[in-house]
Design a protein around this ligand. Structure first.
Ligand SMILES: C[S@@+](CC[C@H](N)C(=O)[O-])C[C@H]1O[C@@H](n2cnc3c(N)ncnc32)[C@H](O)[C@@H]1O
Length: 242
């Protein structure tokens, strides 16, 4: 039996207090619910009132709604219709104005942004878990065989959307080929580490530990055991143009 703990089976509402801001999000069975590393991202991103922000891969609207509550002038994209509908519902629920566009990465936006926040799919998801959750949820967080497909594509196309002083907030998770992602970031952008944390991996890592241990031993991913739990690292970076 494949355990499915991260995703919900029926709609629910969750309460958050992040950067001293209270907000609530509806979560449903079609969309990725905010994860602990999403919360780590949200705690550490810095948005100043009036800044233009784009939240790429907004999912439930989590980061975009917080950015709007912090005073940002927010746009958001997602390539999944159900996610975008949920994000719109959550923006309304939290009384914030966000300009949404359905599409990949920057969708049809042609302008530059002060801040780009990016929490795109970034895990190597075991095939049994993919089968158990189905295509839509798999595509909400699976980064392909190396876990970093979408992040690498994003890094290739973000520069035209940036001013000299624009900042990208981007997370690197070590249940991926994180060294390759880091190398690409450092080669292409000024790369500053903002925050570092470690946390328990999702259920499919422990349930398929032989597979993940082999990736760990090969040096592709980084996981470790602490207090009987399999853990991974997460790093939040701020990128600027070189
Ligand atoms: C891991 S979830 C994170 C959701 C949200 N940002 C958060 O922090 O909770 C990634 C989201 O990116 C979306 N996504 C995947 N590929 C995308 C792409 N190429 N362009 C835009 N969104 C994408 C997925 O539909 C999903 O909602």
């Amino acid at each position: 039996m494949t355990r499915i703990l991260h995703f919900v089976k029926k709609p629910e509402t969750r309460k958050y207090n992040i950067q001293n801001i209270d907000f609530e999000l509806d979560i449903n069975e079609h969309t990725f619910p905010p994860s602990p590393h999403g919360s780590f991202f949200a705690e550490n991103m810095k948005i100043n009132p009036g800044e233009t922000v784009i939240d790429i891969g907004t999912g439930s609207g989590f980061l975009g709604i917080l950015a709007a509550k912090l005073g940002g002038n927010v746009s958001a994209t997602d390539n999944d219709t159900d996610a975008l509908n949920l994000a719109k519902q959550n923006a309304k629920k939290n009384k914030v104005n966000i300009d949404f566009q359905k599409g990949s990465y920057f969708a049809d936006y042609k302008k530059k942004f002060d801040i780009i926040v990016v929490n795109l799919p970034q895990e190597i998801v075991h095939i049994d878990y993919q089968k158990a959750i189905g295509k839509q949820l798999t595509e909400s967080f699976d980064g392909g065989p190396d876990g970093n497909k979408q992040i690498l594509e994003f890094l290739d196309l973000a520069k035209p959307y940036m001013y000299n002083k624009s900042k990208i907030y981007i997370i690197i998770y070590t249940v991926t080929d994180y060294t390759k992602t880091l190398k690409k970031m450092i080669e292409n952008y000024n790369t500053k580490l903002i925050a570092f944390d470690s946390g328990p991996t999702k259920e499919f890592v422990e349930d398929n530990i032989k597979f993940y241990k082999e990736l760990n031993e090969a040096g592709k991913i980084k996981i470790f055991k602490s207090n009987k739990k399999w853990m991974a690292h997460e790093y939040l970076f701020e990128l600027t143009l070189k």
